[in-house]
Design a protein around this ligand. Structure first.
Ligand code: DC
Length: 213
């Protein structure tokens, strides 16, 4: 079974997808972590993130996989927490917008899921990577709520406003790019997560998947 969950930054996709994968005994596939892995390599190599050809060469040459807990590995070595750093976060939407980078990464995502099913989350998993997924969801939350969640995660609750601004900037880039922009697939269920805990969202999705709502 393949379950695809898309939505903007900090909409709760990762937490919910990870929990759902555990409940359903499926692989958790964090597609954003793969673009973050490429971006980390791009920055370490001193390559300009606007240089699509150089970014593509890096994406094609590197091996990206996941450990048994769903954390990204770069050529077999742990990519956390470096892939979540602020420089990677600032550059990742630019790197992920290059068609060549996406062409290198999407088949890797498809082959990971083909191995036995997955709960995949990202920006284009419902539209481009797994258009035939068994279940599709599009998670949303208000920018302020998303800023609050991200600030909590990082242990800096007083910076919710700054995180919200950074998230909105990234949303805009992800939504307006030419290749595989963030958009709700017509057959994806919209799930507004404002005011809900990740557990509540996970239960809603499970009810939907197992034949309820
Ligand atoms: O979900 P995240 O914040 O870790 O994603 C990081 C970036 O990667 C995001 O700004 C856009 C990009 N991305 C993408 O283009 N396609 C995906 N399927 C997942 C993420």
């Amino acid at each position: 079974m393949i379950i695809a969950i898309d939505g903007p930054a900090a909409s709760g996709k990762s937490t919910v997808a990870r929990a759902l994968a555990q409940r359903l005994n499926l692989t958790f596939l964090d597609t954003g972590a793969m673009y973050r892995a490429v971006t980390l390599r791009v920055l370490l190599a001193g390559v300009d993130s606007d240089d699509g050809e150089a970014c593509t060469r890096i994406a094609e040459a590197m091996d990206i996989s996941f450990d048994e807990n769903g954390y990204v590995l770069l050529d077999g070595k742990p990519g956390e927490p470096e892939v979540r750093g602020s420089e990677v976060t600032a550059a990742v939407s630019t790197v992920a917008a290059h068609a060549g980078v996406r062409a290198a990464i999407v088949p890797k995502q498809q082959s990971i899921a083909a191995a036995g099913g997955a709960v995949a989350e990202g920006r284009d998993t419902t539209t481009v990577v797994f258009p035939e997924a068994d279940h599709k969801f599009f998670l949303i939350a208000s920018p302020l709520e998303r800023g609050r969640r991200r600030a909590q995660e990082r242990g800096e609750p007083e910076r919710a406003g700054e995180y919200a601004a950074e998230i909105e900037r990234r949303d805009e880039l992800d939504r307006t790019r030419e290749h595989s922009p963030l958009r709700q697939a017509s057959d994806a269920s919209l799930v507004d997560t404002d005011g809900c805990t990740p557990e509540q969202v996970c239960e809603r999705l499970l009810a939907h998947i197992l034949g309820g709502a």
